[in-house]
Design a protein around this ligand. Structure first.
Ligand code: 1CP
Length: 343
């Protein structure tokens, strides 16, 4: 059976616009919370193929998305490199910070694939369990975004610790980024080997970076990852998502060579149609907070997005992930609205 989402990524859109949602598996679903509550730690959950495959399938059963995103987290990569990573209830991720030569020495690729191998097993299971018309998406965080957590030891507002290390000790920062390029490339290639149809690289924190640093910290490492993936899997589409990159988006698309780019909620769509969709597939960009209130305004916005991007390849998605307070019935209405649209 043809996979509409995969075909659209390859530049062959059909009449219907394919869709999936960032954080489509997550706390807004009661069946997710049930599985989540049956595990001790979030990392253990990511490394449990049965549970991770189950929560990946849950939203597909409910809503019939065209794409299923592997359940895991971007912080699996630092964990695989030997950094201590854990999630604290009500706080979010915590890591033993890597911010000097001594802490950097604790990282290595040595045990990486053994440590994260259960994620590849989740992909293999999903490959056999998913309906044949659903595209299986693998993913990883981009080096810059993952480095912001590794260096600060937690999520942070302005990513001050990573920026300051990048400026103040470019040699050490460069070593961290190089290791992330190696690990992320191998990690994504292994996901594709295991059965992922396409992969997305999340650069959630690429906002407000000076253009010289955008080139070094965002474009160069992502471009290198894309070229290493292409050397092994030339046919597998790659989605880039440099969130909040704004006017730097066309440069990102041209330089990195992605097949599709995720648009965050603030990107004006007439501009995106002209400057980006004329070259590659675009994905996005409904405000996740509008799905909390739902109703006529959500339906009207969904139809506006679909209309504005109907001239080329478009995958409907959010501009960022669902928030936990999203009512599941609003996701149902949004899904039906997208399915009813014809280009
Ligand atoms: O207890 C829980 O259930 C925690 C919520 C949660 C979930 C559902 C976390 C913790 N991670 C995930 C899964 C996840 N994370 C997926 C797969 C599920 C899906 O999308 O359906 C994906 C693709 C991610 C990616 C991820 N993790 C990103 C990039 C995308 C984005 O949202 O910007 C980032 C930044 C993370 C880090 C992370 N993981 C979890 C938390 C609370 C955070 C911190 C976010 C922050 O700093 O604000």
């Amino acid at each position: 059976m043809t996979k509409l989402l995969l075909e659209t990524l390859k530049g062959n859109p059909g009449e219907r616009v394919p869709f999936w949602f960032m954080r489509q598996a997550g706390r807004y679903l009661p069946e997710y919370r049930e599985v989540r509550n049956s595990t001790n730690s979030f990392m253990e959950f990511c490394y449990s193929p049965d549970k991770a495959a189950e929560v990946t399938l849950q939203p597909i059963r409910r809503y019939g998305m065209d794409g299923a995103i592997l359940f895991a987290d971007i912080l699996v990569v630092p964990d695989g490199l030997g950094q201590k990573v854990w999630f604290e209830k009500g706080f979010g991720p915590k890591l033993d910070p890597v911010n000097d030569e001594a802490t950097f020495k604790g990282l290595s690729m040595g045990a990486f694939h053994d440590k994260v191998g259960n994620v590849y097993e989740t992909v293999r299971r999903l490959k056999t369990e998913l309906p044949s018309d659903v595209t299986l998406l693998g993913f990883a965080g981009a080096p810059w975004t993952v480095a912001t957590y590794m260096i600060a030891g937690q999520g942070s507002k302005d990513h001050a610790a990573a920026r300051q290390l990048g400026y103040g000790n470019p040699e050490l920062f460069g070593k961290i980024m190089d290791m992330l390029v190696d690990a992320t490339s191998e990690y994504l290639i292994a996901q594709i080997d295991a059965g992922a149809d396409a992969v997305q690289i999340f650069d959630s924190w690429s906002a407000a970076i000076p253009e010289t640093m955008f080139e070094k910290w965002i474009i160069e490492p992502t471009k290198e990852i894309v070229s290493r993936i292409r050397a092994k899997h030339a046919e597998t589409p790659i989605i880039g998502f440099p969130r909040l990159a704004g006017a730097a988006l066309p440069r990102f698309v041209d330089a990195v060579g992605v097949d599709c780019v995720g648009l965050d909620t603030g990107v004006p769509l007439d501009w995106a149609a002209k400057e980006i969709q004329s070259k590659v597939c675009v994905q996005g960009n409904m405000d996740p907070h509008l799905v909390v209130s739902g109703g006529d305004l959500m339906v009207a916005e969904a139809n506006r997005i679909l209309e504005q991007l109907k001239g080329g390849a478009h995958i409907f998605n959010l501009g960022h992930g669902f928030v936990p307070e999203t009512p599941p019935e609003n996701v149902a209405l949004l899904s039906e609205t997208i399915k009813a649209f014809r280009r």
